[in-house]
Design a binder for this molecule. Structure first.
Ligand code: R5P
Length: 314
């Protein structure tokens, strides 16, 4: 039956796709994805996918628009080749932070991307740590929303231990995520609270809600982009007397000057996952990468065999 499961990869993250296909036990479906001289993307699937269940591995990370367009044309090619089902496996969902109209005349790009994927022909989305849970509702097809949480919990238990541990949210928006980690570890929870004060010349004031003095703090976040938020939170925790501070962040977007900021920060370690590839210029002794390939392979198998996915997170 596994013959009817096909794993395809665009150019966004072939290493992750290879790991996933090896863990599932099916070879990556042969295909070409390339650009013409005029920069237009093209793909050609070289295996029969008629009446097959196709899973396309493609995080929409940098170069975001190219990777998104590749994903759309691969979905279109699968639809026209009579695939039975088409699942877009998008470990990192680009544009997820543009998820609401909070100013006049701005787009909700996360919703637009959902529409594009659906119109192209996707029947299902698999993603990890969407910036907002509500993005699931932007789709009228099933969304399997996974969490890096079990991977981080395992690392904390095996590598760090839970003595004197405090799980910290770097902002008010991330409290639910941090609380879920703290609850599973039986650890305390703290929150870095950023406030703007003053009317004309607004300045940012940081407070820490919770006791971090003499504690080992682990900051939890979904995205590390320029690393401004997480390194600032690290500094504040140190000022408040934390013994050591680490960060665990699912998606290593790492736009400049993120790596320099991490290197110069008081953070002992920044643990990320491989939802986004880490090019050599972003390697740092402080950055540890954990793989999501096992989680994605298991999820794909469970979807294919009609088994529960939510039970992976109990
Ligand atoms: C914000 O709500 C997100 O959860 C991240 O904290 C933010 O996107 C990180 O951005 P940066 O690393 O540029 O501060």
């Amino acid at each position: 039956m596994q013959d009817s499961l096909v794993v395809l990869s665009g150019n966004a993250h072939p290493e992750l796709a290879k790991k996933i296909s090896e863990k599932i036990g099916v070879p990556l479906g042969e295909m070409e994805v390339f650009k013409f001289a005029d920069d237009e993307s093209f793909c050609k699937i070289n295996v029969n996918i008629r009446k097959r269940d196709v899973f396309i591995i493609q995080p929409t990370c940098r170069p975001v628009n190219d990777n998104l367009m590749e994903l759309l044309i691969i979905i279109d090619a699968c639809k026209r080749a009579s695939a039975r089902s088409i699942t877009a496996v998008v470990p990192y969902y680009g544009y997820s932070r543009t998820d609401k109209k909070d100013q006049p005349r701005v787009p909700i790009t996360a919703k637009l991307v959902a529409d594009l994927l659906t119109v192209a022909g996707a029947n299902r989305l698999i993603s990890i740590d969407l910036h907002a849970e509500a993005i699931q509702g932007f789709f009228n097809i099933p969304v399997d929303h996974l969490y890096a949480l079990p991977i981080f919990i395992h690392y904390i238990k095996e590598e760090l231990g839970i003595e004197d541990l405090v799980i910290v949210s770097p902002d008010a928006g991330g409290v639910a995520r941090a609380r879920a980690h703290a609850k599973r570890l039986g650890a305390e929870l703290a929150i870095v609270d950023k406030r703007r004060v003053g009317n004309l010349d607004e300045t940012e004031v940081y407070n820490v809600i919770g006791d971090v003095k003499g504690k080992r703090c682990v900051l939890i976040d979904d995205i590390i982009d320029t690393a401004g938020s997480i390194t600032k939170a690290g500094e504040v925790l140190k000022e408040k007397g934390a013994k050591e501070v680490r960060a665990m962040v699912t998606h290593p977007v790492l736009s400049p000057p993120a790596v320099e900021r991490i290197e110069q920060s008081p953070l002992e370690e920044v643990v990320v996952t491989d939802t986004i590839p880490l090019p050599p210029e972003k390697y740092s002794k402080k950055i540890t990468v954990l793989t999501v390939s096992e989680l994605l392979a298991e999820t794909i198998k469970r979807i294919f065999y009609g088994e529960s996915v939510s039970s992976l997170f109990v």
